[in-house]
Design a protein around this ligand. Structure first.
Ligand code: SF4
Length: 211
């Protein structure tokens, strides 16, 4: 068994936090473990818990549609969540649950080693960028995430609630994803424009300069 399959098997049997008692399925992730692009959402919802797959239902359909608009299929990318089991009633994840579970996401990232990570929504963005700044302020730009580029965008569920304006902004973020992927591994060497970061976005995250 390869390292990634072993990690998935470990997650499938995990009982490290109380969420194992209320879950139907562990939702480890889906897609290609060799992907250049990884999406990270918050936690499984009702349908994800039932099916054991991330981003199914209307949110998943929107994600699939936006991927198609930049020439990608779900099988071309990897999709995961910060938390692998559904919090009851879709409540926010608790700090202890996050602390216990995120070693799975961290090890997924190490195995996949993508060029670009897209955080979907406030929760995943705040976790991955270690910031308290909200998604509305952060989206539209690229940030350093280890040796990778992180592009924050809205959660598809928020776009479904938020109408055409939010959808247009999410489309812009996906076009930025496409441009960044097309630039390839050279993005890992990009210089950080700290001055611009301090002027235009949160002081505690590093924004990457534009091409
Ligand atoms: S949420 Fe994470 S840590 Fe908690 S039981 Fe599920 S897989 Fe294990």
């Amino acid at each position: 068994m390869g390292a990634f399959a072993a990690l998935a098997a470990e997650a499938a049997a995990c009982m490290r936090c109380p969420l194992h008692r209320t879950r139907t399925h562990v939702v480890f992730g889906a897609g290609s473990p060799d992907a250049d692009l990884v999406f990270v959402g918050e936690a499984p919802g009702f349908y994800e818990d039932q099916e054991g797959e991330p981003f199914v239902g209307k949110s998943g359909a929107l994600l699939t549609r936006l991927l198609g608009e930049i020439g990608l299929r779900r099988d071309d990318v990897y999709i995961a969540n910060v938390l692998k089991c559904r919090p009851p009633e879709n409540r926010d994840p608790l700090p202890g649950e996050i602390e216990t579970c995120t070693s799975f996401l961290d090890r997924q990232m190490e195995c996949i080693d993508p060029l670009v990570v897209v955080s979907l929504g406030n929760f995943a963005t705040k976790y991955l960028l270690h910031t308290s700044v909200g998604i509305t302020r952060l989206r539209g730009n690229r940030y350093r995430y280890g040796s990778r580029v992180l592009i924050p965008t809205f959660h598809p569920a928020a776009v479904l609630r938020g109408g055409v304006g939010k959808l247009d902004e999410m489309r812009k973020d996906f076009r930025l994803v496409r441009t960044t992927l097309d630039a390839g591994p050279a993005r890992r060497e990009v210089k950080i424009d700290l001055t611009k970061a301090e002027e235009t976005t949160a002081p505690d995250v590093e924004q990457l300069g534009l091409f």
